[in-house]
Write a protein that binds this ligand. Structure first.
Ligand code: NAP
Ligand code: LUD
Length: 311
């Protein structure tokens, strides 16, 4: 199969974009996530026939009733059903799920939506690290930061970004990668993943002076800042791989809903300069869901192996 990189080179070489500057190749999260989900479905089918009806099981715990969480959770439940993962949506205690041997994955959807302030750190750290398919507990985060990538659960959004970078065919080793954001769910684990895939990594945040200068050095740029269309096309290094995690709702009178979703990257200027770029929607979002399914299947596989060796 022709990789995205080869395809992009061919398009450029054949000059099929006319005399205009070549436009970045779109890295589709919708398509890549479908490939991942199809592969997982096959694996789960195989588990089921080999272990008489066994199914990987995921619990999504929600506190409150935020519209965005409701939407993300329903996407996760649909993806799970399609793959054959038995997923439950609960509003109960973490401990009973931790102790239930028939559950292989447990996530606590963030942010927690409650009248009384709840310490999210305390809650994510209460999840049994062996079931922490969101990779947010400090045990899994610590392993990732030390480079023990095969012995931990990697947070779904950065893991999905890595998968999209792989799709381009551009190798990460030796490249200069820039991450904007240092949150526990996106920026910090993204930094670790790029580092242990042998990139030289710069992580930027709200106190970084001269963001455009830092961005201009990036062969690979991952943005998770939560600032609508902040990164402009003219900041980018020509040919860069641009991965946009941002999900921002901006008002748009032309839409029936009165709003639309944009990323943290100004797409129409960035795609004139980037080599590869993810759209929003249809980029990182669907990959987050696919990677959650992957971590759940991995956890179920580990569970099966452990039980087999104990027999
Ligand atoms: P967050 O917890 O608010 O963190 C944002 C990070 O960006 C912080 O580290 C902040 O710096 C940094 N930042 C904010 N403004 C900046 C600026 N002007 N210049 C440089 N850095 C700046 O957000 P998050 O949870 O990481 O999410 C980030 C974005 O990704 C949001 O749009 C969110 O909706 C989206 N997201 C998408 C997915 C997905 O699946 N696609 C998953 C998770 C999140 P400080 O640390 O200094 O405050
Ligand atoms: N908390 C997440 N909170 C929010 N977009 C997601 C997400 C699907 N513990 C925990 O699921 O991994 C998490 N673990 N997150 N998020 C964001 C974050 C969490 C974001 C986007 C999507 C999950 C998604 O499917 C689609 C797209 O970008 O194409 C549709 C977007 C739309 O609004 O139509």
């Amino acid at each position: 199969m022709l990789s995205l990189a080869a395809l992009s080179l061919r398009l450029r070489a054949s000059g099929c974009q006319g005399s205009r500057r070549s436009i970045a190749t779109v890295i589709s999260g919708n398509e890549t996530s479908k490939l991942v989900r199809d592969r997982l479905k096959q694996e789960v089918d195989q588990m089921r026939s080999q272990f008489s009806g066994f199914r990987p099981s995921l619990v999504v715990l929600q506190v409150g009733d935020r519209d965005d969480s409701n939407l993300y959770i329903s996407t996760k439940l649909k993806a799970a059903a399609q793959i054959g993962i038995d997923a439950k949506h609960v509003l109960r205690s973490i401990m009973s799920v931790n102790e239930n041997p028939s559950v292989h994955g447990l996530i606590v959807q963030l942010p927690l939506d409650s009248v009384n302030r709840i310490d999210a750190e305390l809650v994510t750290n209460s999840v049994n690290p062996e079931k922490d398919v969101d990779g947010l507990s400090c045990i899994n985060a610590g392993k990732l930061s030390r480079g023990d990538l095969n012995d931990c659960f990697i947070p779904c959004t950065p893991n999905g970004c890595m998968e999209l970078i792989r799709q381009t065919g551009v190798s990460v080793a030796g490249k200069h990668a820039v991450v904007i954001g240092r949150s526990k769910i996106v920026g910090a684990p993204m930094h670790d993943l790029l580092l242990w895939n042998h990139a030289t990594v710069t992580t930027c945040h709200s106190k970084t002076p001269d963001l455009p200068e830092q961005v201009g050095r990036a062969d690979i740029l991952v943005v998770g800042a939560g600032r609508a269309e902040m990164v402009r096309g003219d900041w980018l290094k020509e040919g860069a791989v641009v991965i946009d995690c941002g999900i921002n709702h901006v008002s748009d009178e032309t839409k029936a809903s009165g709003k639309r979703v944009v990323g943290d990257v100004h797409y129409s200027s960035a795609n004139q300069r980037a080599g590869f770029i993810t759209p929003v929607p249809g980029g990182v979002g669907p990959m987050t869901v696919a990677m959650l399914m992957e971590n759940t299947v991995t956890s179920a596989r580990r569970f099966l192996l452990k039980n087999q060796s104990q027999r």
